[in-house]
Design a protein around this ligand. Structure first.
Ligand SMILES: [Fe+2]
Ligand SMILES: [Fe+2]
Ligand SMILES: [Fe+2]
Length: 430
């Protein structure tokens, strides 16, 4: 069978390579996807980043700190997994933000370039008058003020009325919820309509990015893998049903690609694509992902949209075009009846075909809280049928068949490890 080649990656990426990642753009893309989860949240992370940065800049914070405040603003609610939690955080007087703040910290703290931002995320719901019992960085109070100001933004009001209302609320809580000096600085810089027109603009992030030349961050392949693993946890931990899914897909895809002759660098790239393949699920309310029983037509349509969201987020990263194609095309079929693009066999590279098999293999064999995974016999029968109906690639499924026990061992081991991390993670926030 002739496969379309796997892009330029074969020539470019090997294990020791450095890749230039527009880290801020990547983070922006991912949290933008999180904000698509419902209308009220659209642009929330961007707005918080903009307001928080404007305060830090007015206070003449060093550039590095300003960048960390932007990163923290762009990611601050990354630990709020359910729509209910996200919407709850839109109430101005919310008091239960500590859980998602701590989860956000735990998710981001181990990736070096996020270390400082993680510390800010951890305390972004600490109030000025709270007895924190520890020293809280000023950036946390800035983030809190920016977050509360952002939830008061309302484009149904005239700008002048909205500015007046926001200022009144902040003034009323000056010295209790908010640090008095920060309220004063904020009132001064946010007194004109232009400030808020920018805050409402969908391109507010672009404005920030140009001003600060946020630019590219160099990562080696291991750094890229660590970043992908971090986002894999954000994706998978949102639902206990799929808490280990992407880790299983990544391990299976990597092992299959090794058996099919991919180089070390390519296999690592496929593993990374596996961590990221369901990235677009961040845009799907977890209430739909976890819905017991039959989905409505509309809900099914929403779930299917995750593939195009994965594609759109990863598209921002030029160096990762091939990883994007391997990740985002995992629901395409050889007969052209898959999604998001309805590509046909000739357009689907071997990497995509491996990812599709790894995804189905993991999905049907993994245990979920509401059902046991399939036995090998049953799983192979299902996949044979999918080969016959031109959903999956026959060559890849043959390799899986001949190495079933090995691949199943690899998948199970990876998912067992992920399950124990998930458990630890849950225990720490209880
Ligand atoms: Fe929050
Ligand atoms: Fe927020
Ligand atoms: Fe998927």
């Amino acid at each position: 069978m002739i496969h379309k080649t796997d892009g330029t990656l074969k020539d470019r990426l090997s294990k020791g390579d450095n890749i230039s990642i527009p880290l801020f753009d990547v983070v922006m893309g991912i949290t933008h996807a999180m904000d698509l989860v419902c209308e009220e949240l659209v642009d929330h992370h961007k707005r918080v980043a903009y307001i928080a940065h404007s305060i830090a800049a007015a206070l003449d914070f060093p550039k590095e700190q300003q960048k960390n405040i932007i990163l923290a603003g762009l990611m601050h609610d990354i630990g709020a997994f359910s729509l209910k939690e996200r919407l709850g955080a839109l109430r101005f007087e919310m008091t239960d933000g500590q859980r998602h703040a701590k989860l956000g910290y735990m998710l981001t703290k181990d990736f070096k370039p996020f270390e400082s931002a993680a510390r800010l995320i951890r305390c972004h719901h600490i109030l000025w008058s709270d007895e924190a019992g520890e020293e809280v960085p000023i950036g946390c109070y800035i983030l809190n003020l920016a977050d509360r100001a952002a939830v008061l933004m309302d484009d149904r009001k005239a700008l002048s009325a909205m500015i007046r209302d926001i200022h009144q609320r902040l003034k009323k809580n000056r010295g209790t919820m908010f640090c008095p000096d920060l309220v004063d600085v904020f009132m001064e810089i946010s007194n004109d309509e232009e400030y808020w027109s920018k805050a409402f603009s969908p391109s507010v992030y672009r404005i920030l990015s140009d001003e600060l030349s946020l630019g590219l961050v160099k990562l080696d392949m291991d750094g890229l893998k660590a970043l992908a693993r971090l986002f894999c946890q954000v994706i998978d931990f949102r639902s206990r049903f799929t808490a280990t899914h992407s880790r299983g897909v990544a391990a299976s895809a990597k092992a299959l690609s090794q058996l099919m002759g991919f180089s070390d660098g390519e296999s690592l790239s496929l593993e990374i694509a596996g961590y990221l393949h369901d990235l677009g699920k961040l845009a799907i309310p977890s209430e739909i992902l976890e819905k017991p029983g039959k989905l409505t037509y509309e809900e099914y349509r929403v779930i299917k949209s995750h593939a195009i969201h994965t594609h759109n987020v990863l598209e921002n990263i030029k160096d990762l075009a091939t990883i994007n194609s391997w990740a985002a095309l995992h629901h395409e079929r050889l007969d052209g009846r898959g999604y998001p693009f309805g590509l046909t066999g000739g357009e689907l590279s071997l990497g995509c075909r491996i990812m599709a098999v790894a995804d189905v293999f993991t999905a049907i064999t993994e245990d979920r809280p509401y059902r046991k995974g399939m036995t090998s016999q049953k799983a192979l029968k299902v996949m044979d049928n999918m080969v016959n109906s031109l959903a999956l690639d026959g060559d890849v499924v043959s390799v899986l068949k001949y190495n079933y026990d090995y691949l199943n061992f690899i998948r199970t081991a990876a998912q067992r490890k992920a399950a124990s991390e998930y458990k630890q993670f849950q225990q720490q926030v209880q």
